[in-house]
Design a protein around this ligand. Structure first.
Ligand SMILES: Cc1ncc(COP(=O)(O)O)c(C=O)c1O
Length: 353
């Protein structure tokens, strides 16, 4: 047997259960309480739209994160200005670039939060638009306040491996949103059908006794998105970028999951505590004081990553992996390169004990 490094939250019943949008939106509002929300076809599309609406030009972006964040900045016609980082943003790195930018994107990688209140204050002082990337941090809290409620805009992703996984994304803000005018293509039916099939086969595919046979298929799928292959640091080339709207069916599946998101977060938190006890001797990314992560992932950092992944999977039957799409996007941040080569992840939504 082997417990996979990945997991998905959607259940087959989420595909079929009806929702009453007007009533059930309250479940989403528990975690995204902003005055205005707009659904988009992906998290990256949500960011592109925010940048277009806010008329940003020079955009501060963390060196270590998912390459699609950089793609969205470029697709909006903006210039990326990198700040050095490991997994979690640091205020003194942001201070170095704050005078050169008119918008700042802070991705809450793996669901961990930086000192958001200080970042928000810094942006305010310098009249910089603060955009919180909550793609991995739905429901996370800093000083008792939800991630996504500190900045001018927040965006979320409902991609298959996210906090709530299926398809799509969302923009949230207390400012009026005027996104419709940037007309979008309908979400591709084939991608939607593929995701539905993934949801349906997941209980078998990720069964710990079947997974050792199936895992090569997953590796093949993940390797298609490897960022090291795609990234051309500093060039203004944009990787393939899709601008889609959110399908109605996707909203239904996502809302069905919001109804039980409290339970999903609790499972992740319990598993994180279990693994912190078990793997305390390794270098683990732990939450900053006063923060409660979403615990999308449990993250260990190791100079001997390949060896440790191998030994945990053979000894403990737990499979860690690394984010194929995460890299040092700046091409010159020592901290980011170190994180790129050392991080190993295990998604926490599963039965462990
Ligand atoms: C930190 C971060 N931000 C943004 C995104 C973009 O989300 P999406 O895949 O829905 O475009 C991702 C994931 O892909 C991510 O990991």
């Amino acid at each position: 047997m082997l417990i996979s490094h990945t997991s998905i939250t959607a259940r087959i019943s989420d595909l079929f259960k009806r929702v009453d949008y007007a009533k059930d939106i309250r479940y989403l509002k528990r975690y995204i309480p902003h005055k205005h929300i707009r659904w988009t076809g992906s998290g990256r599309e949500a960011l592109r739209q925010i940048l277009l609406q806010s008329d940003s030009k020079n955009v501060g972006i963390q060196a270590f994160t998912c390459h699609v964040v950089l793609d969205a900045i470029k697709a909006a016609g903006c210039k990326p200005v990198f700040y050095g980082s490991g997994a979690v943003a640091e205020i003194d790195e942001i201070e170095k670039i704050i005078k050169k930018i008119d918008a700042l994107v802070v991705p809450y990688n793996f669901g961990f939060l930086p000192e958001i209140d200080k970042i928000a204050a810094l942006c305010k002082k310098h009249n910089v638009i603060f955009i919180e990337d909550c793609a991995a941090a739905l429901g996370a809290e800093y000083k008792g306040k939800l991630a996504g409620t500190f900045g001018d805009y927040a965006f979320y992703s409902f991609g298959i491996s996210k906090c709530i996984g299926f398809v799509g994304g969302l923009v949230a803000s207390d400012k009026q949103l005027k996104l419709e005018k940037y007309g979008l293509k309908p979400f591709p039916a084939l991608s939607l059908a593929k995701t539905m099939i993934e949801v349906m086969i997941a209980p078998i595919f990720f069964n710990p006794y079947i997974y050792p046979l199936a895992r090569h298929l997953l590796d093949f799928e993940l390797d298609k998105h490897k960022s090291q292959k795609l990234i051309i640091p500093k060039s203004m080339k944009v990787n393939f970028f899709e601008s889609y709207s959110m399908p109605k069916f996707g909203i239904k599946v996502v809302l069905n999951q919001f109804k039980r998101y409290g339970k999903i977060m609790q499972i992740r938190k319990d598993n994180a505590e279990l693994l912190m006890g078990r793997y305390g001797k390794y270098s683990i990314i732990t939450p900053k004081k006063s923060s409660q992560p979403s615990w999308l992932y449990f993250v260990i950092c190791s100079d001997n990553r390949a060896k440790l992944i191998k030994s945990l999977s053979s000894k403990d039957r737990i499979e860690f992996s690394y984010m194929r799409t995460y890299a040092d996007l700046s091409g010159n941040s020592k901290k980011a390169t170190k994180e790129q080569n050392r991080h190993m992840i295990f998604s926490l939504y599963k039965k462990l004990s």
